[in-house]
Design a protein around this ligand. Structure first.
Ligand SMILES: Nc1nc2c(ncn2[C@@H]2O[C@H](COP(=O)(O)OP(=O)(O)OP(=O)(O)O)[C@@H](O)[C@H]2O)c(=O)[nH]1
Length: 308
């Protein structure tokens, strides 16, 4: 059961076995937040897993039949997707030892019953503000400032995660390394500022080719880009379309010995995942394919599959 969804509002999950408490908190917080409700621990875990990308805060009753609030918190912390969600415990127990135990488990705050609406509102707002600040900082730490693509650190992180996901789902993992051809000559000819503009244009085109939810376009470093395409058996086609689109943008490159326009070379590896795969080895293999594309004339894609 959930209130009317609103994409712009922060999402809060209220977990309480007593209907009257759920209703009271939902009414109190429903104006400012998107509120989801759960009546027990297992359904709280299901909702949290499904909504992990949007869920900022869980208001969690400690005493519930079956699975208590402490167990719910412990389970949430075990899953990567839900580990960072802030928790406020709601409890009828007023002893300091119980409060200390909950805080030690990782709760952000504590609210005692009977619920005082004004206090709950402020405590919730404080935690939501903190969660939004954390999210903003996290985003900044993951983005390349010039191109707005994922930065190298985020790319490395996501490559490991996507590998684990593809392994679980028995899906192929597409991985591409991309390098702008003769970019030193471009900078030398047109200047560094125009070089930056060209990098942004290529990055924008690459981002449009990362279409599915888990696809990731990244700046790998300098004038090198990367693409993670989880679940794509057609990574070669995706990257080939990108290469053609860059060429069709016709960004003049008078100093290039490959074409009169800016072009890219690409190495594409499709990994049929196994538990022993090393992502470092896969990147090395993709880099060799990129090198092949460079040595075979540039403005082309070289691809192979491994692990079949
Ligand atoms: N404008 C600009 N240039 C950059 C940036 N980062 C790296 N570069 C330039 O990218 C160029 C890369 O040069 P090289 O590694 O020699 O590669 P290349 O000239 O593209 O040659 P090939 O890869 O063999 O086609 C260097 O001149 C770097 O200064 C950046 O953020 N902005």
């Amino acid at each position: 059961m959930q209130a009317e969804p609103d994409n712009d509002q922060p999402t809060i999950l209220i977990v309480d076995d007593e209907r009257v408490n759920r209703s009271m908190l939902a009414e109190l917080l429903g104006q400012q937040y998107r509120v989801l409700l759960a009546k027990d621990g297992p359904s709280a875990l299901t909702i949290a897993a499904r909504e992990s990308h949007r869920l900022l805060l869980v208001l969690l009753d400690v005493s519930m039949p079956g699975m208590n609030g402490y167990e719910v918190l412990t389970q949430l912390r075990k899953q990567e997707a839900t580990a960072g969600i802030a928790i406020i415990f709601i409890t009828g127990q007023s002893d300091a030892a119980a409060e200390e135990y909950g805080l030690r488990l990782g709760a952000a705050d504590y609210v005692s019953k009977p619920i005082r609406p004004a206090v709950v509102s402020v405590r919730v707002r404080n935690q939501i503000d903190l969660a939004l600040q954390r999210q903003a900082l996290q985003r900044l730490a993951q983005v390349d400032g010039l191109t707005n693509l994922a930065n190298r650190r985020h790319f490395d992180d996501m490559l490991q995660r996507c590998h684990r996901m593809c392994l679980r789902r028995n899906d192929p993992l597409g991985l591409a390394l991309i390098d702008i051809d003769h970019f030193k000559l471009y900078n030398d000819h047109y200047g560094h500022v125009q070089g930056d503009e060209a990098l942004k244009q290529v990055a924008g085109t690459l981002a449009r080719h990362a279409r599915r939810p888990y696809d990731l376009a990244a700046r790998f470093g300098g004038e090198e880009f990367a693409l993670i395409l989880p679940g794509h058996a057609d990574a070669l086609e995706v990257v080939e379309r990108f290469r053609q689109e860059v060429q069709a943008m016709a960004i003049a490159h008078a100093a290039s010995t490959t074409a009169p326009a800016l072009t890219v070379s690409c190495g594409v590896l499709t990994v049929h995942c196994g538990p022993a795969d090393s992502m470092e080895d896969c990147l090395r293999r993709a880099d060799e394919l990129l090198y092949d594309a460079k040595t075979h004339g540039r403005n082309r894609v070289c691809a192979t599959s491994i692990g079949l």
